[in-house]
Each structure stands twice: as C-alpha cells, then as structure tokens.
Design a protein around this ligand. Structure first.
Ligand SMILES: NC(=O)c1ccc[n+]([C@@H]2O[C@H](COP(=O)([O-])OP(=O)(O)OC[C@H]3O[C@@H](n4cnc5c(N)ncnc54)[C@H](O)[C@@H]3O)[C@@H](O)[C@H]2O)c1
Ligand SMILES: O=CCCC(=O)O
Length: 540
C-alpha cells in the first residue's frame, strides 16, 4: 500500500506483456504532467523525449521515469519535483525523473527491512535461481540495455554492449557463489566444546553508484548483496537513472520478491539521502562507488551507527613502460587503459611513465593510434570515443591540459576543442614532457588525456608511481620476469596489470588501497562486504 502523499494513480508496474507496450507509451507523460510544481510545457516535452527513446527499444516497457519502492515503480516524488537527464552527446534532455527525498527513502528502507527476514531465509539455491533468471533476462535484452547506456552516458554502443555483458557477468558469478558461502569448522582447543563460524547477511544495505558504468556498478553490488541474503536500497547517479530502472524492471520479472530491492532517484536531495542511508539504524551496510571525497564523507557519516562500509573510490593509475617492453603491446594496452570510456573509468591511466630511451617513439606510436579515433555520438556506428558526461568534466579536462601546457608540456595531438561542437566533447589528447608540478601528476583527470612522463631507473619510477594518496590500479610492461614480480609486489595499488591494460573481470577482486577504497567487489571476496561471521561454541 502506498502512503498518502504518493501519487498512487501513477505508481505503475512496468511488467506487462509486449502486446500492451504501445499503450504504455503514454504512461510517463501522464505521470510527469501530474506534477503541479513544474512548468507543464517542459514536463510534456520531457515526456515526449522519453517516449521517443521508448519507441527505439524492442521492449519499450524497459524504461520509465521512476524509482522503485516496495515492488512498485513510482513516477512522482512527494515534493512533486523532478530532475532532468541529458544526452551528453548533444546536451538535450531525454527524461525527467522524480526527485525523491527522505520520505521515499525511508519507505524504501522500511520495505527492505520488512523483506529481510524472509529473503535472508531463502535457500542459497533459491537466491541463485533468481539471480540466474535476472542474468538471462539481461542478455535477452542486451541490445536495448546498451542503447539506454549510450543515451544517458554517451559511451559508444559497442562499449555499452560490453558493459551490459560485464554487468550481467556479476549476476552469473554471484548466482554461482551464492551456493558457496562456506563458514568454518574450527578445531577446538579442548575436548568439551565444538566450534564453528557461520556467515550471515548484514541486513539492509544502502548502495550508491556512479554514472560511468550505469549498469555494471549496480549489478556488481546487487549481485553480491542478494546472493548472501541482504536486501537493498539503491541510489543511482542522477545522470544515469534509466539503466537502473531497466535493471529493476528485469529484476522484477526475474522474480525478486517484494521489498527486496528499492531504488530511490534524486538529484537535489542526494546529500540528504546519502546521510539518511549512512545514519539509519535500519541499514547495516553501505556500498559506494564514486569519488574519494564523497566516499570519505559517507565513511564519516556511517561512524555513529558503526556500519560496515565498502568504498570503491578514485584512482590515479600509473602505466610504466620499461626499456625492455614489447612496444606494440604496450601501445595497444595504453590505448585501452587510457581511452576506454573516453578516460572515464576509475582504473584509467592518469600518468604514463616511459623509459627515457623509448619515450619519443612511444609518444609517436600513441599519437598515431589516437589520430585514428573517431569522436562523436555513441549511437553512430563509426564512433570509437564518445562525449564526457557533462560540462564540468570537460572543464576539468581543459584545466588539466592547459595547466600542463603552461608548465611546459609538449602537445602531440588533441588539445584543441571545436568551437561548433554540441554536447560535452573533448578531443583525445596526448602530451609529452610532463613534469611533477603539473596537475595531472597528482589529480585524477577522468578524461581523454594521456600525459607522458619519463624515467631512468626502476627505483625512481616506483617512487614516482607510488607518490600519490590513491592506490587503485597500476600497469607496467616489461619482459623481465624477476622485474615483473618485483614491480607488481611494490606498486601500492589494489590491482596490477602486467603486460596488459585489461584487468576487469567478475572473477577477480576489484578494489583499491590508500584513499582509493576499502573492500573488494566481484570474485569470491565480493561476498565478504555483505556478510558477517557468527561464531558458535557448543559444549558437548
Ligand atoms: N573504484 C571504483 O570502482 C570506481 C568506479 C567508478 C568510479 N569511481 C570514481 O568515481 C568518480 C567519478 O564518479 P562521480 O563523479 O559520479 O563521483 P561522485 O562521488 O560525485 O558520485 C558518485 C555517486 O555518489 C552520489 N553522491 C554525490 N555526492 C553525494 C553525497 N554527498 N552523499 C551521497 N551520495 C552522493 C552521486 O549522486 C553518485 O550517485 C571518480 O573519482 C572515479 O574514479 C570509482
Ligand atoms: O570505473 C570503475 C569500474 C571499472 C571497471 O570495473 O572496469
């Protein structure tokens, strides 16, 4: 039952057959117009935009402007306010979401709390089956889900499809791991007692996710949380809520029971909702992926209720090319590790350290690769690299490039923005002759700029690479096996790519050290963030 104050007539369940899909085209428009506090003409045009998007999907019922509370899609906030979602390729509004607040979040928390006793008592096999259903549904709808990512995030469609499959892999993985949540039998130090440690779900967990992987950052958390028996209230980034809604719609179809997963959409109430999730006594864990500053705030806010907190934060990855590296492989890996998602992944390279003897040839080879990029709308099949997420991101990248050039960096390619460009584009850029007094040496750029520093000795480059408060990922290229072990062990990061630029996988523990985070996601370790041990001592 919805509380008074919710626009109950617009709380619509999206799980309908395809036969009725055409009729659904009108639903978001009706719900948006229901808001009395905003200009009806603007709301109507936003609804039309969403309708246009729906018309391009095989299954238009996958998206709506809605949060999801207690098994219902809620298309209006109690305040009547909305926030806009934009296509970063052209800056146009594509949807308008309910700007939910404390009331809705509290309701989602209570629904998740109520659902916890029964969900946590389902068998591992039952939870596994639901996750597996969800995985299958994602793959069946992968083309639609990829389009949704591209519309709201901007990444090229092929990359978006890769993200959908990557996202799905977490449900597949955790559907399997659900059945292997083993505890321990502890050899007793005496003859009178037997000792075991069992693993139990934390309870309700709050999940906050970023825009750079609108699909996969949600599944990486949800998969693990649901596998162990936790229930969830999630808040997606306000830039990319459509992917979250689509996933929830599929979750409902997959058989996730009422109350187990909640979704609260907001822009203006982000801080307040974050605080509530951290401070609520009904929430036992927080899992966050995003910037280090916000992560630190959430950690502080969670202190009073002594929550288990899992943080996947910013990075400042070094990519080291030793003099004995296979240069072809190093350049290919550099392209991937730097320019994937136009430089907007947390494990993207921020600093290239190339041995002084090969610095110029490496720079030239990288320049040649970047010259072949095709920057444009992610929906265009020829596009290799899409826009950045918003204006602020473009400004940060511009600042980093200008700062480097002002301090004497050499521009190999890029750096010049087109004056006629619509959308949030920045040309892929390669800079050489970088020095440690430049911003890129210490700050995460989160954009398509490769800055090349040079070094002479292994000792020197390790010191440079580790001279940061971040510690997420690091990469290096060398053919010397002893050096490979030495450098891998001495890089102060959570993840190392040795002779590769691709390290992400659902089977591997993803996470950082230092101010890049606490905890690991994916892999068998991913379950640890959502469980606690209970030690049982039985006298015999
Ligand atoms: N380590 C990882 O796995 C990983 C993955 C992706 C992104 N990141 C990092 O995320 C950053 C970029 O993402 P971003 O700009 O979206 O980060 P962000 O921290 O601004 O936002 C991330 C999420 O936190 C929410 N948020 C913002 N302020 C909040 C507050 N006060 N309380 C509660 N929630 C709040 C946002 O709405 C969004 O949902 C980069 O630093 C990147 O390295 C890390
Ligand atoms: O941006 C952070 C996540 C990237 C990844 O999982 O590869």
């Amino acid at each position: 039952m919805l509380r008074p104050g919710f626009l109950t007539t617009t709380a619509v369940t999206l799980s309908r057959g395809r036969a009725s899909q055409a009729a659904l085209y009108g639903f978001p428009r009706a719900s948006l117009l229901a808001s009395s506090t905003q200009n009806p003409r603007l709301l109507s045009s936003a609804a039309n935009s969403l309708t246009k998007l729906q018309a391009q999907l095989d299954d238009p019922t996958l998206i709506a402007s809605a949060g999801f509370i207690d098994n219902e899609f809620i298309t209006a906030s109690t305040s009547g306010k909305h926030f806009a979602v934009y296509d970063p390729a052209n800056g146009t509004e594509i949807a308008r979401f309910p700007d939910m607040g404390i009331e809705e979040t509290e309701k989602a928390i209570q629904a998740a709390k109520q659902a916890f006793p029964s969900w946590s008592k389902t068998t591992a096999k039952e939870r596994s089956t639901i996750l597996r259903n969800w995985y299958n549904l994602i793959l069946e709808n992968e083309q639609d889900l990829a389009k949704i990512i591209t519309w709201e995030n901007g990444k090229p469609l092929a990359d978006a499809l890769g993200e959908v499959r990557y996202g799905a892999s977490f449900f597949e993985w955790f559907s399997e791991e659900a059945k292997r949540l083993y505890g321990e039998v502890i050899p007793s130090p005496n003859r009178q007692q037997r000792m075991v440690a069992i693993r139990q779900p934390l309870g309700v967990v709050g999940i906050i996710t970023p825009w750079n992987f609108p699909n996969a950052m949600i599944t990486r958390k949800l998969g693990a949380a649901l596998a162990v028996g936790c229930t969830v209230v999630a808040k997606p980034a306000s830039e990319t809520p459509l992917s979250a809604v689509a996933l929830y719609e599929l979750g409902k179809r997959a058989g996730v029971p009422k109350g187990v997963i909640g979704l609260v959409t907001t822009h203006h109430n982000t801080k307040a909702i974050g605080k509530l999730l951290c401070e609520s006594q009904d929430i036992s864990g927080i899992s966050f992926t995003g910037s280090t500053n916000v992560g630190k705030l959430l950690l502080k806010q969670s202190a009073d209720t002594v929550k288990k907190v899992s943080l996947e934060l910013g990075g400042n990855a070094a990519f080291i090319v030793f003099e004995d590296a296979d240069l072809d492989k190093a350049v290919d890996a550099a392209v991937l590790a730097k320019f994937r998602s136009s430089g907007q992944t947390c494990i993207c390279v921020n600093r290239f350290y190339v041995h002084s003897s090969i610095k110029d040839v490496f720079g030239e080879r990288l320049r040649e690769k970047v010259e072949k990029f095709r920057v444009g709308s992610g929906m265009d099949a020829n596009t290799t690299h899409g826009p950045l997420i918003n204006k602020a991101s473009v400004e940060k990248v511009r600042l980093h490039v200008h700062d480097a050039l002002d301090h004497g960096a050499k521009l190999l390619i890029g750096g010049k923005e087109s004056e006629n460009a619509h959308g949030y584009f920045y040309p892929p850029t390669v800079l050489s002759d970088m020095t440690n007094n430049m911003r890129i040496a210490t700050e995460e750029t989160f954009g398509p700029v490769a800055g090349i520093f040079s070094f002479d000795t292994e000792e020197e480059v390790l010191e440079l690479a580790n001279n940061t408060r971040f510690g997420l990922a690091g990469y290096f290229f060398s053919k010397d096996v002893s050096r490979c072990w030495r450098v891998a062990e001495n890089l102060q990061v959570g993840m190392v790519g040795v002779n590769t630029g691709a390290i992400s996988s659902e089977v591997a523990p993803f996470g950082g050290v230092k101010e890049s985070g606490i905890g690991r996601e994916g892999a068998r370790q991913g379950l640890d963030e959502y469980t606690q041990y209970k030690y049982i001592n039985m006298a015999i």
